[in-house]
Design a protein. Structure first.
Length: 200
């Protein structure tokens, strides 16, 4: 969450954190995505399949090279508009017969000429920031991780340390979705069971 006024109040009705869950409800409408890491770029690319996306990045893009390549292709095609060194100052609202709704955000951007503010109209804001793998404990134990803190595993979900397994969002190249995390957990459990059975 960005810590903005009324953010929690509008969570699930204009403020979202899952593109695959809520994005299709906004098909054909302009959207704002926030973040510059792997998750943000992946989700922004998904949203761009059916909507025009304004991607706001606080600093510079930090996603993996392959994702950056796909992002810049989407920017060139006009599906995504990229704003670097930006942050949301506040959400914009409009009163309707059914109460208020989000209609965009006021943006602050650092440029060579100095700071400027402007408004972006959007039907919803998708936030994808602060998604850092909690793998410090594993790294301290000698488990190999990549530059993004994701645990590296082989096809059996085993790490570089024998008999130490990992699964879910914390592993390298995993799609960050609950169903995928659960599936990799099940696969890892099967591999562990097979290993223990063969040890007998």
């Amino acid at each position: 969450m960005l810590g903005l006024p009324r953010e929690e109040e509008f969570f699930g009705r204009g403020v979202h954190t899952c593109a695959t869950c809520d994005g299709p409800f906004y098909a054909g409408k302009d959207l704002i995505a926030v973040g510059g890491g792997n998750s943000a770029v992946t989700e922004a690319l998904f949203l761009s399949r059916f909507s025009k996306v304004k991607l706001l990045v606080r600093g510079e893009i930090s996603a993996q090279a392959v994702l950056q390549e796909r992002l810049f292709e989407a920017v060139e095609s006009g599906k995504i508009e990229l704003f670097l060194k930006t942050e949301i100052e506040e959400f914009l609202f409009e009163k309707t017969d059914f109460g208020e709704k989000i209609i965009g955000a006021r943006i602050k951007q650092q440029t060579k000429e100095g700071e400027k503010t402007f408004e972006i109209k959007a039907a919803a804001i998708f936030e994808f920031i602060g998604l850092i793998p909690n793998s410090g404990f594993a790294k301290k134990s000698g488990v190999e991780v990549n530059n993004y803190g994701e645990i590296i595993v082989n096809n059996n979900f085993e790490t570089n340390i024998p008999r130490v397994y990992a699964s879910g969002d914390i592993i390298e190249n995993a799609q960050k979705q609950i169903v995928v995390a659960a599936a990799t957990g099940a696969q890892a459990a099967i591999k562990i069971s097979e290993f223990l059975h063969n040890e007998k």
